[in-house]
Design a protein around this ligand. Structure first.
Ligand code: ASP
Length: 340
């Protein structure tokens, strides 16, 4: 796993925030307690860690829910981007943070794919975290630079097969949703392409619009605006149904690649050992945020929706993660992808 000085600095910041949290909890008896109760939680800022770049899809969803959650919790939520290694650096940092409810991770489907893709992940998804609840499930789109030659998804498959050494496929690093979708695309097309990793699909999309890379898979929460503005070429959406906000975009099944189906679920996590009442407070605030009309409207514009209230719970989240870990381990092994 690659660790840059920026990642180490970010990790130190998280550790410092966590240390301050613990200090406050110990000195004034506020904050969460070690006995499973919530004490005065929250009585200081909460950090929401986003494992990808600012401006990308994970960041967008996090910022959408953090404001109504902050209102509900009566505390400020600070969003911090800790990029790198397909989201695994941030996940490892949060797994090792103080379990006091002041360091919260937003992660997506990558939580369930990384164990099959990394030999030394450094954290165990089911053991090292408490799940707070699921947030949303976002369709992906296959998009290319505007002047990329293939006109349809079928043309894209033909083109990449004929030009495998030349075509570039952007993603947000091994373990990112864009990486997973790219793997599924290459597997379905029977081709191996040159992948260009970024620290998030925010900057990857900027390069796609600028013509520096050829194509990528990314969530509607990032691509909708550029598709509607005609700044990228869109081939298909990776869900069984079309997306209401992009009605002209065919599904992968309609466009001739029915095996390519994936949508990107998101959830909130805190370190294992966080008091149950704190987890419950966060989960209740999440439920409230997902019922907020402003959040529902913003998500609808970007091709997604909040999960139903019963899925914004620790139990539903844990069950989903457990099932997804098994599903993706098998899909990744069947595709012949080895952990590195
Ligand atoms: N969620 C994106 C991905 O997994 C990355 C991002 O949020 O920037 O590809």
């Amino acid at each position: 796993m690659r660790t840059t000085s920026r990642h180490r600095a970010a990790a130190r910041t998280i550790a410092a925030i966590a240390a301050v949290s613990l200090g406050a909890a110990c000195s004034d008896n506020g904050g969460s307690t070690g006995d499973g109760t919530a004490g005065n939680y929250p009585d200081q800022n909460i950090t929401f860690v986003v494992p990808f770049s600012a401006g990308g899809p994970t960041d967008t969803v996090t910022r959408m829910i953090s404001e109504p959650m902050a209102k509900e919790l009566g505390a400020k939520i600070v969003v911090q981007n800790v990029e790198g290694a397909g989201g695994t650096i941030a996940a490892g940092d949060v797994a090792r943070a103080e379990p006091d409810g002041y360091t919260v991770l937003m992660h997506h489907i990558g939580m369930s794919t990384a164990p099959a893709l990394y030999k030394n992940l450094g954290y165990k998804p089911l053991e090292d975290f408490e799940m707070v609840g699921l947030v949303t499930e976002v369709p992906m789109t296959i998009v290319a630079r505007k002047d990329f030659a293939p006109a349809t998804l079928q043309d894209l498959v033909t083109h990449v097969k004929a030009n495998a050494g030349k075509v570039t496929l952007a993603n947000a690093g091994i373990g990112a949703a864009s990486h997973l979708c790219g793997l599924l695309f290459q597997d379905a097309a029977g081709v191996k392409l040159q992948e260009v990793p970024y620290e998030g699909t925010g900057p990857a999309l900027t390069d796609l619009v600028g013509g520096q890379v050829d194509f990528m898979c990314d969530q509607t929460t990032n691509t909708s605006g550029q598709i509607s503005a005609g700044k990228v070429k869109a081939y298909a959406v990776t869900t069984p149904e079309r997306v209401k906000s992009l009605p002209d975009l065919p599904t992968t099944a309609e466009a001739g690649l029915p095996q390519l189906q994936v949508s990107v679920w998101h959830g909130l996590y805190v370190p294992a050992g966080t008091p149950q009442e704190v987890v419950q407070k966060l989960s209740d605030a999440l439920k409230k945020a997902l019922a907020d009309q402003g959040v529902i409207d913003q998500m609808a514009k970007l091709g997604t929706a909040p999960v139903p209230a019963e899925d914004a719970t620790p139990e539903a989240h844990r069950a989903h993660l457990d099932e997804q870990l098994k599903t993706w381990a098998k899909v990744i092994a069947d595709a012949g992808v080895k952990a590195s």
